[in-house]
Design a binder for this molecule. Sequence first.
Ligand code: ADP
Ligand code: MG
Length: 258
Amino acid sequence: MSRVDHEPFIRLEGVKKVFNVAGKEFLAVQDVTFDVQEGELVSIVGPSGCGKSTILSILSELHPATAGTVQIGNEMSPFTPGKDVGMVFQKALLLKWRSILDNILLPAEILGLPLKESRERARDLLEMVGLGKFGDAFPQQLSGGMQQRASIARALVHDPRLILMDEPFGALDALTRERMNLELLRIWQESKKTILFVTHGIQEAVFLGSQVAVMSAGPARMAAHFDIELPEPRTLDVKTTEKFGEYTREIYHLLGMD
Ligand code: ADP
Ligand code: MG
């Protein structure tokens, strides 16, 4: 684990989450600790139901943590969850009666940002995600991968500091998913955002992340933490390297899958 001296952008320490279900306590997250530096792309990987989405919901302040510390930003640059977070989910969740451009504008409208500037930004983002010609199209005219690109542009429109992605490519076919992985790396490099990328795909986690937080089966605890030292910028060739194989093998092993 390499740790930079200055304060991290995000610090989770001993985070625990208990849900109350029909009067009974349910432990969803037991003990999660990790740091994220601003501008990093961090993968969180773990089996289904281990508490990954719960961690994202704590970070977006949808749910409070039951115990532990959650710190995002600092006094010098305070963090406002509503404004500073963009979310991408497994489903693109585009409104079918709105054009792609108007879908992308939605967070800006909700936050009451100036519409003219936001429209310009939305057009730039459409270009960035490779949908420059599709602003006037409607969601049902786009493929699954294209819809997911639109939802990434929507997550960026209000210029948030943090993007939370919850298994965003889980519903795509394998080839589209690989293509979207490359696209995401490009978008990350261009936008310089901090991204937390949740997946249960071990290879995807290693390929994308500058670090990978591995969660054990629920209730989530940190199983391990890797700084991924693979050549940058990452290309598909990386997946054939010995080092990539070592990281993925070790994570499979940690999750008891070998
Ligand atoms: P993952 O995203 O890793 O698949 P989740 O974070 O969605 O896992 O869920 C972790 C556990 O917490 C699951 O057992 C789930 O049923 C439970 N859980 C998640 N959200 C709630 C909630 N709002 N109320 C009660 N239980 C929940
Ligand atoms: Mg989930």
